[in-house]
Design a protein around this ligand. Structure first.
Ligand SMILES: Cc1cc2nc3c(=O)[nH]c(=O)nc-3n(C[C@H](O)[C@H](O)[C@H](O)COP(=O)(O)OP(=O)(O)OC[C@H]3O[C@@H](n4cnc5c(N)ncnc54)[C@H](O)[C@@H]3O)c2cc1C
Length: 474
């Protein structure tokens, strides 16, 4: 459990250990029988050697991730870290030469030679990529950060090649990895017609793509492009990731719930709101490009656990909806070991429950063998101070004010799971409890902390607790 302890929001001890080991390896490579002060070429080679790795870690069809059993979003921290090390190494390499030439009085002559000019072009491109990937740009101007990355790379790779032709092998590897990813993306892309509908209570847009109804696992996401000028002149060029809220091979096809959180999602919502009516209520048909699926549980099989708890915040409900519906289906087909399902959903306004109420109720009713307990927590108090009641009175659906008490909820779910498993009187059936988390980074941190404080003997009774975390951010 120590590896899950958070050092800072969304950043765990295991990630820190991996980064320290990686850093130590590169320091060793850079300093073994060499000094960055007297031998600046070594730092240049260290930077070049890492370029294929940093590109591989950024690709959606991630070879490293596939081998390690991680999805691309989970490796993004490593992509950023190695990228920073490359920029540091490239700058040490350049500064080392600037210093050498200045001391030797050859600065003017050296800096104007063609292969050095190419080197400078590569350096500026890498520095620009670094600058525009700082959290300010990444979080606020994703649509600027991404093109700068692509343009920077398109400039840096040939520039480094021209600067030092013997880097050809590494540059070819970069082009190969990038090209392979784009071929896979092309193969995984489908153009279809979707209906977008406003969900004012959830401040979200519901995107229905009925003609694509298979090929994903619960918890996976797709990258959505909406092919219209309604989202601005360049809105159609942007692909945004959204978790699929429906199960594969169902009647609905792909359902996405897109929370209005910035410029693009805001425009999508406005477009849905200003639409006319279709046979199923207010909505508008648009052409979409759906790429994926990506991410999801990887090697983890949710139906193999004894109990499942989903703790989600806001639009993170999409993950829980598809995962729970999938568990119900597996259960009805006799392919699930899950004996108890708990959903804890945190929302701001209690009215956000309304659009999803039919879906939640049908899940409770459909799950005939495995009880589902749903508790919805809202944080915003109504204007007149009255406590809202659950729109439907059902013992398995609770509505409460305030943030959920995660540890208490986990302990209750654990107690339920243990009693159900004990009822089965078969110790071999105890196969652990899954805790699925989806929502803001802080929620993942709170859940990790709560799981770490669960009494170890209680944890053993259910066969251990496994966390699966989906975070809506890179
Ligand atoms: C794996 C994954 C699954 C997600 N699933 C859902 C979901 O089911 N429902 C939902 O409402 N939201 C989901 N999100 C979040 C959603 O993708 C962003 O809210 C959306 O892209 C914001 O775009 P914007 O231009 O409106 O906002 P901006 O103000 O531009 O950005 C808001 C935040 O979203 C990030 N972001 C913006 N564009 C992208 C992009 N192209 N790729 C990745 N991150 C981006 C920014 O870094 C920033 O942190 C998911 C995100 C990820 C990474």
């Amino acid at each position: 459990m120590l590896h899950r302890v958070r050092i800072s929001p969304g950043f765990s001890v295991s990630q820190a250990v991996i980064m320290i080991c990686y850093f130590a390896t590169l320091i060793y490579a850079g300093c073994y029988k060499s000094s960055p002060f007297s031998d600046p070429v070594r730092a240049g080679w260290v930077a070049v050697s890492q370029l294929p790795i940093v590109i591989a870690l950024a690709t959606k069809n991630n070879i490293i991730g596939t081998l390690m059993g991680f999805t691309y979003e989970k490796l993004n921290y490593l992509h950023r870290f190695i990228g920073q090390l490359i920029v540091i190494a490239a700058n040490i390499h350049s500064l080392g030469y600037f210093y050498k030439w200045s001391i030797g009085g050859t600065f003017q002559a050296s800096i104007s030679t063609p292969h050095i000019i190419w080197g400078l072009v590569g350096l500026v491109a890498l520095d620009c990529i670094f600058f525009f990937s700082l959290s300010f740009w990444r979080n606020r101007y994703h649509n600027i950060m991404l093109p700068v990355h692509i343009i920077g790379l398109v400039i840096a790779i040939p520039a480094i090649w021209m600067h030092k032709p013997s880097t050809m092998r590494w540059m070819c590897a970069c082009i190969g990895i990038y090209g392979f990813d784009h071929v896979c993306r092309f193969i995984k892309t489908r153009i279809s017609t979707a209906t977008i509908r406003p969900l004012p209570e959830m401040n979200s847009t519901r995107v229905e793509v009925p003609y694509i109804n298979g090929g994903w696992r619960a918890g996976q996401h797709v990258r959505l492009r909406v092919l219209t000028f309604g989202l601005g002149w360049f809105g159609w060029t942007e692909a945004h990731p959204f978790t699929i809220a429906s199960v594969a091979d169902g009647e609905e096809g792909i359902i996405l719930l897109v929370k209005k959180s910035g410029r693009w999602t805001g425009r999508l919502y406005d477009m849905a709101k200003s639409s006319g009516f279709t046979e199923a209520g207010q909505g508008r048909r648009v052409k979409v490009m759906v790429e994926g699926p990506y991410g999801g549980p990887c090697h983890s099989v949710f139906a193999s656990y004894s109990a499942a708890v989903f703790i989600v915040g806001g639009s993170g409900i999409t993950f829980a909806l598809s995962a729970i519906q999938d568990l119900i289906r597996e259960d009805l087909a006799g392919r699930s070991r899950v004996k108890s399902i708990t959903l804890i959903w945190s929302i701001q306004d209690p009215s956000a429950l309304h659009p999803l109420l039919p879906r939640l109720m049908s899940m409770i009713q459909e799950s005939v063998y495995t009880p589902i307990h749903i508790s919805v927590h809202y944080t915003r108090v109504s204007a007149n101070g009255t406590k809202p009641r659950p729109p439907v009175a059902h013992p398995q659906l609770m509505l409460s004010s305030g943030r959920p008490q995660i540890l208490k909820s986990l302990q209750a779910a654990l107690a339920r799971a243990v009693s159900l498993v004990e009822d089965a009187r078969d110790e071999r059936r105890v196969s652990g409890m899954l805790v699925g988390v989806c929502g803001p980074v802080g929620l993942g941190d709170d859940v990790s902390k709560a799981v770490a404080t669960v009494d170890p003997s209680r944890r053993d009774q259910v066969g251990g607790i496994e966390i699966h975390e989906e975070v809506f951010g890179l």
